[in-house]
Design a binder for this molecule. Structure first.
Ligand SMILES: Nc1ncnc2c1ncn2[C@@H]1O[C@H](COP(=O)(O)OP(=O)(O)OP(=O)(O)O)[C@@H](O)[C@H]1O
Ligand SMILES: [Mg+2]
Length: 297
């Protein structure tokens, strides 16, 4: 059953910082991550939420964390086991809230790309390589790379775009040992995820991981292989030589592009049919990948 969209959460007595999509509550040595139904497009958070989008992101991340054989931050996914303040609406938080180990976040976005898209396509056109890695000549936009590559970026300040860096620059920032662990783990997790996604008819074109340190251990943190941290493309109809449609956000992008909005001022509200179609695509991605019915469908 669809429930009301959650745009912003308020948990009394807990310090909160809000990202574009998630509300993060600090519990001392642990964090509460709440994925809201906010959606961004063309670098703007839209005024209209997509009901249950936050649950899709959370269910997908949880699915991967539980399948992956590596140290990660996830501690609890059941809101009834989180000792939340009395009076909070547990039904609204259920499925979108996780309790995690707080870590010291490594200041690197660990990006893995297997297809030539976005900033990598721009860089390839300008230099013939990606992230300082040379590439075969004559590749087309959205073409599959000979092998997945690791293209780190520095986390940008709010409102700025992440800046791509070379692996050598990453080594200078976090040290040789951590850089190698983060690179290896990112490529391993991507390989696992891309195979599973492909079985579900979804191309995981690229994705971004974050890692953090807690008690001397490197943990996979944040969200994992969700439509917000990755490019999901429908595998049927994949055709290089052009940008690919987004599995999840295409209805939103198409509607916004045709709406007359200039992309430089606050975006308009989405119409209900665009919201409904987009919600259905998010849920479809979740169900296809996890192989389970979506409990809030
Ligand atoms: N286990 C963890 N320990 C410490 N910080 C974490 C952990 N997991 C996630 N985070 C941080 O929580 C924040 C999640 O917020 P969110 O993704 O909404 O915002 P953001 O990444 O800062 O900005 P954006 O809106 O561009 O994604 C991120 O800053 C992420 O690095
Ligand atoms: Mg984020």
């Amino acid at each position: 059953m669809a429930t009301a969209a959650v745009v912003e959460t308020h948990l009394p007595g807990l310090p909160c910082t809000r990202g574009k999509v998630r509300d993060v509550y600090d519990l001392g040595d642990r964090l509460l991550l709440v994925s809201t139904d906010r959606i961004s497009a063309f670098d703007w958070v839209l005024p209209t939420p997509i009901p249950d989008k936050g649950r899709v992101l959370t269910q997908l991340s949880n699915y991967w964390f539980n399948r992956l054989d590596l140290p990660h931050h996830l501690l609890e996914t059941d809101v009834r086991q989180m000792d939340l303040p009395a009076g909070v609406d547990l039904d609204a938080l259920a499925g979108r809230t996780v309790l995690v180990q707080k870590t010291k976040v490594a200041p690197i976005e660990c990006v893995v790309r297997a297809y030539l898209s976005g900033s990598a396509w721009k860089e390839y056109q300008a230099t013939g390589g990606v992230a300082g890695i040379s590439m075969p000549t004559g590749l087309e936009e959205s073409e599959r790379l000979p092998a997945p590559i690791f293209t780190p970026a520095t986390k940008a300040a709010q409102g700025q775009h992440d800046e791509n860096i070379t692996y050598a620059e990453m080594q200078n920032i976090v040290g040789l040992e951590l850089a190698e662990k983060m690179r290896e783990r990112s490529l391993d997790v991507y390989a696992h995820g891309a195979q599973r996604a492909m079985e579900a008819g979804i191309i995981l074109a690229d994705t971004k991981f974050e890692f953090g340190l807690a008690g001397g251990e490197l943990l996979l943190i944040d969200e994992v292989m969700t439509p917000d941290s990755s490019r999901f493309w429908p595998a049927d109809g994949y055709r290089p030589g052009r940008p690919q449609p987004s599995f999840d956000k295409q209805f939103v992008r198409d509607w916004l592009s045709g709406s007359g909005w200039d992309k430089n001022s606050p975006p308009p509200e989405l119409p209900p049919d665009v919201v409904a179609q987009t919600r259905a695509k998010y849920i479809e991605a979740c169900q296809r990948i996890t192989g389970e019915p979506f409990p809030w469908a």
